[in-house]
Design a protein around this ligand. Structure first.
Ligand SMILES: [Zn+2]
Length: 71
């Protein structure tokens, strides 16, 4: 959830400006590599099934302070 007050300028924020949307795919790839190192090919396959994390970055309309929220 987004705060209704900006942590940067402490002004109330009714509408955060959406800046960008990113899908974090690096997490599962790293996990797969780690799994491969520990468990061999079976571990690498386990990492592929990792769920994607989507992060959305919002900016304060007053000062431009950015916060990232997970969807
Ligand atoms: Zn602000």
């Amino acid at each position: 959830m987004l705060p209704n007050k900006c942590p940067g300028c402490l002004e109330p924020v009714w509408f955060w400006n959406k800046v960008e949307e990113t899908e974090d795919k690096g997490y599962s790839i790293a996990k797969g590599a780690l799994g491969a190192a520990l468990l061999g090919p079976a571990g690498a396959i386990a990492g592929v099934g990792g769920k994607k994390n989507k992060s959305i970055t919002y900016a304060c309309p007053h000062c431009g302070y950015r916060i990232t929220a997970k969807e």
